[in-house]
Design a protein around this ligand. Structure first.
Ligand SMILES: [Zn+2]
Length: 437
């Protein structure tokens, strides 16, 4: 690998670690990344990138699972108190925390895009000495929000790439776009950036994740095992009545939801591949002696392919409608998130594998991941790039984890940040070596 790049990455590594720890401490959940987005915007602006922000890169109507206006306003206030930069905040106000930073060289060449996500999870971090972020003073200070998936690392990787690419700008050709995405958790944000046209001119697209059970030193060059998914909130509305005196006047929303839950869990069957369904939340009713007039379910479906997921999703809609009919109640289904399955393009995966050989810390280069990797909405971006004739892949950088993803003790070995920066920057610097066959 190039010594100058290696030395420069080593020089900025302490700053990237500081970024990661700052973002970890001020964790912000999906669509609420106000502080994070303003700090990223300022850093990339100062480096000389041209920025597209907020509504320029996020289609309002395509946002899924947006928090209420009240929560958005409260959280924006919280972000200001925690140091969000007022000169950038108006762009992101109302849940538009997306950034595309562009570096246009004056040499002809392709458009390359790299996506990182910025959001935390809706959960509280473990505050105990056996958890390094707490012991070293950077555990989340925001109750109910925690970086338990490593997206704080991803944002730091994006910032690191921005520094290195700018430093070695004279070696680049074409255009580089760094995409900072909100609300990946719950697969809610990517679709809105696709709808805003962010991916339409992209020839080469790369998204990446750290961890995911891959050992340190290993790189998955083309993860192809993300499940297509849909996330639904379902509400049933019936009629309340006195459960002892006038039960016949009630319409029982709780029974409709309970019936639907059991029926949904018998669904997943498809000969073409694996599928999943889960009712993760079921709430209903208001009192012991009242026929329940409302119920809420939070449901997700998944499938190994888009077709399988679509099949399970359509079946689920029928079950929900059927259960509502059985009990004479109204029901409403709201789509809260969705992602596709997507296959990486092989020539791009081959190129990534070849280029990654130059990174000494990467001792194992693997094309694809065997077990299902959950879901990821960068698949919307991959599908769009492929649709427009471009190449796309999804990388996983292995690292040691202190606990599984989405666990209150989650933490990762920060060395992976520099490794990822070097690998991704190498892809950009050597693009003239890409071969389509
Ligand atoms: Zn994640």
């Amino acid at each position: 690998m190039d010594h100058a790049v290696d030395d420069f990455v080593r020089e900025i590594t302490p700053r990237l670690q500081a970024w990661r720890r700052d973002l970890h401490k001020f964790a912000e959940s999906g669509w609420l990344e106000f502080r994070t987005a303003t700090l990223v915007a300022e850093e990339l602006h100062c480096l000389g990138y041209s920025l597209q922000l907020g509504k320029e890169v996020i289609d309002a109507e395509s946002r899924m699972g947006l928090p209420s206006a009240e929560v958005l306003a409260q959280q924006e206030q919280r972000a200001i108190e925690q140091g969000a930069l007022p000169q950038w905040l108006p762009h992101f106000s109302g849940g538009f925390c997306g950034i595309v930073a562009t570096l246009k060289t004056d040499r002809p060449g392709p458009v390359m895009a790299f996506r990182v996500d910025m959001d935390a999870l809706d959960m509280s971090e473990r505050l105990a000495q056996d958890h390094r972020p707490f012991a070293e003073g950077f555990a989340s200070c925001n109750v109910g929000m925690m970086h338990a998936c490593g997206h704080d690392g991803h944002t730091s990787i994006g910032i690191g790439m921005a520094h290195v690419l700018k430093q070695f700008e004279s070696r680049l050709c074409g255009t580089i776009k760094l995409i900072f995405q909100p609300a990946e958790e719950g697969t809610r944000g990517a679709k809105s950036m696709v709808a805003a046209g962010v991916l339409d001119d992209v020839d080469f697209f790369t998204a990446s994740h750290l961890g995911l059970g891959i050992p340190a030193g290993e790189l998955i060059c083309g993860c192809d095992s993300f499940l297509a998914t849909t996330k639904l909130d379902v509400t049933f509305r019936g009629v309340a009545s006195h459960a002892g005196a006038r039960p016949e006047e009630g319409k029982n929303a709780l029974l409709a939801a309970a019936q639907a839950t059991l029926a949904l869990h018998t669904l997943p069957q498809h000969s073409a591949g694996s599928s999943r369904i889960n009712v993760g939340v079921l709430q209903g009713g208001s009192g012991r002696n009242v026929v329940a007039d409302h119920a809420l379910m939070k449901v997700e479906t998944r499938g190994a392919t888009n077709e399988i997921n679509d099949f399970i999703y359509q079946q689920a809609l029928q079950v929900l409608a059927g259960a509502a009919t059985m009990y004479g109640v109204q029901h409403e289904v709201r789509l809260m998130g969705a992602a596709r399955s997507s296959q990486p393009t092989q020539p791009w995966v081959n190129y990534i594998r070849q280029q990654a050989r130059q990174i000494p810390e990467l001792t194992s280069l693997v094309d694809s991941k065997e077990q299902a990797a959950g879901s990821e909405d960068a698949t919307y971006m991959m599908e769009r790039v492929k649709e427009m004739g471009g190449q796309a892949s999804y990388l996983i950088f292995g690292t040691e984890l202190s606990a599984g993803h989405h666990n209150e003790k989650f933490d990762f070995n920060e060395e992976v940040i520099a490794i990822a920066v070097k690998t991704l920057v190498t892809l950009a610097c050597n693009i003239q070596h890409f071969r389509k066959e």
